[in-house]
Design a protein around this ligand. Structure first.
Ligand code: FAD
Ligand code: NAD
Length: 405
């Protein structure tokens, strides 16, 4: 009998979790497993704010995919998926094509700019290793240029962060540590540097515990961050941004660096492939399959699942992507073994911890609130746990965060 072919697109949290769980369960004669990813490496998306600020080298946030897959069981293809031809059960890659019996789409998120003028052209987003490296180098370039130019342009040293969601706040936390270093390195007066966070909602970290938010804001303000809440970015230009408060007059903020951390969406390949989605996110069935496509699973940031308690979608997180990977792998094993009953995915939210730089954080975990070094310790444990779940103790030893005291 012909072996069934499982193709996994994306080697992020969801895709690697699926592949590593399948390789443990599926016999070589049971199914062919193929993993496709655009790079030879996996990167920890949840650490990209550190690489972007320059507090952690980008090589620390990535590792070779081949070190965590069993190559006797999983074929790795380094390529970029361009489109899924669902009728033909085929994926078009940049350098070829690949057919499948079962497909897992785990391609992660993309930045969503909601059509705001100039953002795509002039703002940076924290989305992958390349963008993180570019942000770090751009900020350094601004400091280096400021030091050497005869007529100083102070706005070079203004960094605007759009969005005070978790990404924006974690990045600001890293900048709080990095800017004093940059000032020393490039002989720049700290007082000349401005870091402005612009948030459209009336509060920082909308929806999060107000006491923890207050702690985070006080910590970041102490490090020099200026918050402009209830203020939306309306446009980005070569000079900076235009913001507005409600219907009031628009205001220009000149800035040498604009980071857009105010929107994520699913991968645009989804729409290109004719799969019904909302901003690249597909409302999947409880077993994680796509309605009308019984052989396609979508997990991670490309999937949308509803929290029935509040009737709103769960936020896209690594925590959920990894749990979905486990369920998806079990459901695939059932399908290739001709079992019809599939498992329902139920997220098990253990909490949320938001770092505020190297040694501070806020969080709620296991029903408890925490701040400071305790929360920071917890955040590093969460980061190490993700490594452990995918690559076991050897990956933790190689890539883990041990600067915990
Ligand atoms: P990813 O892990 O992003 O992986 C997608 C993979 O697909 C990547 O390897 C990519 O290279 C590959 N790929 C993309 N397009 C293609 C293509 N066309 N062809 C081939 N390969 C492709 N969540 C938490 O739970 N906790 C946190 O602390 C946390 N911190 C975060 C910090 C930051 C700065 C950011 C940006 C996000 C954070 N998140 C956090 C959210 C979390 O990172 C995402 O929800 C998670 O990465 C989604 O996992 P995924 O498997 O869907 O995609
Ligand atoms: P987000 O969508 O959660 O937050 C974006 C923020 O930008 C919101 O506060 C929104 O009000 C604001 N905004 C939107 N339009 C704006 C505009 N025009 N001008 C100014 N502000 C605007 O996005 P995110 O922070 O990138 O998070 C993405 C996902 O990743 C979430 O699910 C989040 O939970 C997850 N994440 C988790 C962690 C963590 O657990 N530590 C860290 C980072 C990201």
């Amino acid at each position: 009998m012909r072996k069934q072919k499982i193709v996994i697109l994306g080697a992020g949290y969801g895709g690697l979790m699926t592949a590593t769980r399948l390789q443990k369960t599926v016999g070589v004669n049971e199914a062919e497993i193929v993993l496709v990813n655009k790079n030879e490496y996996h990167y920890e998306t949840t650490w990209l704010h550190e690489a972007s600020a320059g507090t952690l080298h980008h090589d620390r946030v990535r590792y070779d995919i081949k070190t965590v897959i069993d190559q006797n069981k999983v074929d790795f293809i380094k390529d970029t998926a361009v489109e899924v031809k669902t009728d033909e059960k085929k994926v078009i890659l940049e350098n070829g094509e690949i057919d499948y019996d079962y497909l897992v789409v785990a391609l992660g998120g993309e930045s969503e700019t909601f059509g705001i003028k100039g953002l795509k052209e002039y703002a940076f987003s924290i989305v992958n290793v390349n963008s993180a490296r570019q942000i770090r180098e751009h900020i350094e370039y601004q400091f280096a240029t400021y030091s050497s130019e005869a007529e100083k342009k102070d706005e070079r040293l203004t960094i605007v962060v759009g969005g005070a969601g978790f990404t924006g706040i974690e990045f600001l936390g890293e900048l709080g540590n990095r800017i004093p270093e940059l000032c020393r390195e490039y002989d720049v007066d700290f007082k000349k540097v401005k870091v402005i966070c612009v948030e459209a909602a009336p509060m920082v970290l909308p929806g999060f515990d107000p006491e923890l938010v207050e702690y985070a804001v006080a910590h970041l303000e102490k490090k020099g961050v200026e918050f402009r809440i209830g203020t939306a970015i309306k446009e980005c230009t070569t000079e900076g941004i235009i913001v507005g408060k409600g219907e009031e007059e628009l205001e220009e903020i000149k800035a040498g660096t604009v980071i857009w951390a105010a929107g994520v969406r699913g991968n645009s390949l989804i729409e290109k492939s004719g799969i019904e989605a909302m901003r690249g996110r597909v409302k999947v069935q409880p077993d994680l399959r796509v309605p009308g496509h019984d052989n396609i699973f979508i997990i991670g940031d490309c999937s949308l699942i509803i929290n029935e308690e509040i009737n709103r979608p769960y936020p896209p997180t690594a925590q959920i992507a990894m749990q979905q990977g486990e369920t998806c792998a079990r459901n695939l094993v059932s399908l290739i073994r001709n079992k019809t009953e599939l498992e329902t995915f139920k997220p098990d939210i253990k909490g949320t911890v938001c770092s505020l730089g190297e040694d501070d954080a806020i969080g709620e975990a296991f029903g408890k609130k925490m701040v400071g070094s305790k929360a920071s310790f917890m955040k590093k444990m969460v980061d190490n746990r993700a490594l452990y779940m995918i690559g076991g103790p050897s990956l933790v030893l190689k890539k883990g965060k041990f600067n915990i005291f």
